[in-house]
Design a protein around this ligand. Structure first.
Ligand SMILES: Cc1cc2nc3c(=O)[nH]c(=O)nc-3n(C[C@H](O)[C@H](O)[C@H](O)COP(=O)(O)OP(=O)(O)OC[C@H]3O[C@@H](n4cnc5c(N)ncnc54)[C@H](O)[C@@H]3O)c2cc1C
Length: 498
């Protein structure tokens, strides 16, 4: 017994020494600053989380708070993912912030509008779970000091249910910073430059991952559970054109890390996928930079005009409808037009201005010259729009949201936009416990997925604001279920709990 104890101790010490000489670093953030601290990687964890976006960070916090010991592997040098780019906000229904502002929403209405947005092809069970846990997700973030109290609208939603930071700024940076702070507070290691290559599966149960870390060597790290939160594949050109030929003509808004690796890893261990051909093309992308012009600009009152100066669509219709309408104009681009008041209500515009993407003029006549549009046509378009706002009736295109304010205060602004690849709605199949489903329709034990890696929630078309909500709702669920799975296995094996 004693000999065995010492052998185990020597083995653990030597493994620890070996691994600590690998000069691994975990990421830590003091405010916005990213610093690195030396960190000893263990060779066995309760939970390995692959990918440090909104879903991964939410899963890690919840797993830890549920009594498990997680580690996060992130292949990029910093924590960001597509999550940091998100702008408009996070959708949720029946929230305390909606109630405070007198917005009479319901989970049923949120369900129906999301289902209509996805052409009825959404996974109804995931969608039901999603809407019913959306308000709780907002409360959970609030409890982590991530307060999303300001409300706006996105395309396809009939009322204000898109939650964003109190000053109306873009959600991404604020959310990632807040989640990172909470990850750090709980001392959860985030190993950056850790590129996970495969999942390890033993007798049908997840056993860990094969990962390349900094020194370029591949090693296997064991885990009782693995949560895959690697995001979508909006930056993988060949995968995009494989699933939907022709998409490679569009620019992408996605982060370079969005390569779809998690989907392939899960397929390799027998996981099922759906809807990979459902790729969202967003209508308002600045083509020279690939920056998405947040939907909140339209939600706060901007209109879209063609190169000839006329409106041509309900600007807050679904993204697929608006994108198609732009591609159907003869020039295949559009100008997003707004006034000084919209700019005040959408602080992200200041950032776009600092990057030189925004045309600005003191008068409509000056702006029409800059855009090379007939001034009388432009004036006529604005007058008609302001009349529609006043009467709350858009006879031409039946817009009914983002019509609270006229476009009338100088200076006036325009941003030239066209569609770009934005979101991959397809992905791996999970159940409402975030358990990955095999192609035979059973859960793969110990394997979970959440966020953009997953398919089904959005159906054929994602509603703006629903993806961030998805990462938080199902990231939390994956973290909680992984911790429960570990507890149940420990009880089954009668092992002492950690
Ligand atoms: C410009 C833009 C604006 C958006 N605005 C909104 C919005 O306002 N509201 C909304 O609801 N949605 C928005 N979205 C969509 C939303 O941001 C994403 O769907 C969501 O953030 C995805 O989160 P995630 O955690 O699933 O993935 P990500 O945030 O993409 O994180 C995945 C992480 O996994 C890492 N990773 C990938 N492969 C590996 C690997 N093999 N090993 C280790 N790590 C790996 C990646 O590097 C990445 O850090 C926007 C998207 C973009 C691009």
């Amino acid at each position: 017994m004693t000999l065995l104890f010492f052998c185990k101790k020597i083995y653990r010490c030597s493994m620890r020494t070996l691994l600590s000489t690998l000069h691994l670093y975990k990421q830590s953030n003091g405010g916005d600053q990213v610093t690195s601290q030396p960190f000893d990687l263990m060779n066995d964890y309760d939970v390995i989380i692959v990918g440090a976006g909104g879903a991964g960070l939410s899963a890690a916090i919840t797993a830890k708070d549920s009594g498990a010991h997680p580690v996060i592997f992130e292949k990029m040098p910093t924590v960001r993912g597509n999550t940091i780019k998100s702008s408009a906000g996070m959708n949720a229904s029946e929230t305390k912030f909606q109630k405070k502002q007198g917005i009479n929403d319901s989970n049923g209405r949120f369900y129906e509008e999301t289902l209509a947005g996805g052409n009825g092809s959404n996974d109804s069970e995931l969608l039901r779970y999603f809407v019913e846990h959306s308000a709780d997700a907002i409360n959970w973030l609030d409890s982590l000091d991530i307060s999303l109290s300001n409300l706006t609208t996105t395309g396809g939603m009939s009322l204000k249910r898109t939650h964003r930071p109190s000053d109306g700024s873009a959600i991404g940076g604020y959310l990632v910073k807040g989640l990172k702070k909470n990850v750090e507070k709980r001392d959860i290691p985030v190993v950056v430059n850790a590129d996970v290559k495969n999942l390890v599966i033993e007798n049908g149960v997840i056993g860990g991952v094969r990962v390349v870390i900094e020194d370029g060597r591949e090693r296997v790290i064991k885990a009782k559970t693995v949560i895959v939160t690697t995001g979508g594949f909006g930056s993988n050109r060949s995968m995009l054109s494989e699933v939907s030929p022709g998409l490679d003509r569009f620019i992408t808004t996605n982060d370079e890390g969005s390569m779809g690796e998690g989907i392939h890893m899960i397929q390799d261990v027998g996981g099922a996928v759906r809807d990979l051909n459902h790729v969202q093309v967003h209508p308002t992308v600045h083509q020279e930079s690939g920056f998405l012009m947040t939907e909140a600009i339209r939600g706060e009152g901007a209109i879209l005009i063609s190169a000839s100066g006329c409106r041509f669509v309900n600007e807050l219709d679904r993204r697929d409808v608006v994108s198609k309408a732009i591609m159907d104009t003869s020039e295949e681009f559009s100008f997003l037009v707004f006034d000084a008041n919209v700019k005040t209500r959408v602080p992200a515009i200041g950032f776009y201005q600092s990057k030189g993407m925004v045309y600005e003029s003191q008068t409509i006549s000056e702006l029409s010259k800059v855009l090379n549009i007939d001034c009388s046509v432009f004036n006529n378009t604005l007058n008609k729009w302001n009349q529609a706002v006043k009467s709350k009736t858009d006879i031409e295109f039946h817009r009914s949201t983002g019509m609270d304010h006229r476009l009338s205060r100088a200076p006036f602004f325009a941003i030239k936009v066209a569609p770009g690849v934005h979101h991959t709605m397809g992905g791996v199949i999970i159940n409402t416990k975030a358990e990955v489903q095999s192609s035979k329709g059973v859960s793969i034990k110990g394997l979970y997925a959440a966020g953009e890696t997953v398919g089904g929630l959005h159906g054929e078309n994602r509603i703006g604001g629903n993806a961030i909500a998805e990462t938080v709702v199902f990231g939390r669920q994956a973290g909680k279920q992984a911790a429960m799975f570990i507890r149940a296995s420990q009880t089954a094996h009668n092992l002492p709990q950690k």
